[in-house]
Design a protein. Structure first.
Length: 135
């Protein structure tokens, strides 16, 4: 089974205040799309300095970057923490599914998909993951 691609759900512009953060978000997405993970990590660090290292959004982009770099255990640790704080966090849940699949933990990924679908029944991504994993 081919693992689904990592997902980064950026918050709406109004949820992240300031032109500086919005520009950094854009720069982060561009760096990741170019596979320039060194630049993406520097941008994520700058966002962390502005929002605080424990901000949920900062953890989310760090976990996303870890997934893209193949640092699955680091990503999973952040995502687990985020899902403990908010079990219905769709972005963290989607990325945790990716981490679980990359580790070969398909049954755990299927359980998480089922749990998240109870909270987000219309999520196209969750429905696609469920089809891909046969859950």
């Amino acid at each position: 089974t081919k693992p689904p691609a990592p997902s980064l759900t950026l918050p709406p512009d109004q949820a992240v205040s300031g032109r500086k953060i919005n520009g950094l978000n854009r720069d982060f997405r561009v760096a990741v799309s170019r596979h320039d993970y060194k630049d993406a990590a520097a941008i994520a660090a700058e966002i962390g300095r502005l929002l605080g290292p424990d901000a949920g959004y900062v953890k989310k982009i760090r976990a996303f970057l870890y997934l893209r770099q193949g640092k699955i255990h680091e990503a999973e640790a952040l995502l687990k923490d985020m899902l403990q704080q908010d079990p219905a966090d769709l972005g963290a849940g989607l990325n945790m599914i990716v981490a679980l699949v990359k580790e070969g933990r398909i049954a755990a990924a299927r359980r998480l998909i089922t749990r998240l679908l109870n909270e987000h029944p219309a999520s196209e991504t969750l429905l696609r993951f469920r089809r891909q994993l046969g859950s």
